[in-house]
Design a protein around this ligand. Structure first.
Ligand SMILES: [Zn+2]
Length: 180
């Protein structure tokens, strides 16, 4: 995709994972281990971080790079038990190679349990560190409706905005432009 000045691209991502029967599996969302009442792990090939997956898909969508299944297929042993925040970092790298860098992201986690509000700020911080852009994380409940309402799993939606990357002037830049 070619980029022009002032051009922006938006992408969205949706991810759903069911709760695992494995009591030893941690619940990881947005790179944060969630604890407390009802904090059961999610089923998945990787660490099943639905928030990291939704944000990754939003980044890929905005950059016109397809979806996460294409870049990290769940048939690939490389991603078994994988840290999905590392996957997100890789996806952000792909977007940057394509000439795009994140402007901001917003996510909504839908979970009947556990209570996520004590964790949303930390999730946002972790995600922002990987994206190099501000991230907002919201948590809501499904009000008892459907599979999510019966607490069978957790879903997350995300939107990410990208703008043309500043070439040769990394936004996360710590060196004032003399990096080379
Ligand atoms: Zn997922």
């Amino acid at each position: 995709m070619s980029t022009g000045p002032g051009e922006l691209r938006i992408g969205q991502g949706v991810d759903v994972h069911r709760f695992s029967d494995d009591d030893g599996r941690p619940l990881v969302l947005g790179g944060v281990v969630i604890t407390g009442e009802g904090a059961q792990g999610l089923e998945g090939h990787s660490d099943a971080d639905a928030v990291a997956h939704a944000v990754s898909d939003a980044v890929l969508g905005a950059a016109g790079l397809g979806d996460l299944g294409r870049h990290a297929p769940d048939t690939d042993p490389q991603w078994k038990g994988a840290d999905s925040m590392a996957l997100l970092a890789r996806v952000v790298g792909l977007a940057r190679e394509g000439g795009w860098s994140p402007v901001n992201a917003d996510c909504t986690v839908v979970a009947e349990r556990p209570r996520l509000s004590p964790f949303v700020d930390r999730m946002a911080e972790r995600l922002a560190a990987v994206l190099g852009a501000p991230v907002n994380v919201k948590a809501t409940r499904a009000e008892g409706l459907g599979a999510l309402g019966r607490a069978e799993g957790i879903a997350c939606t995300a939107v990410v905005l990208l703008s043309p990357a500043d070439r040769g002037d990394d936004r996360s830049g710590d060196s004032g432009g003399d990096a080379r």
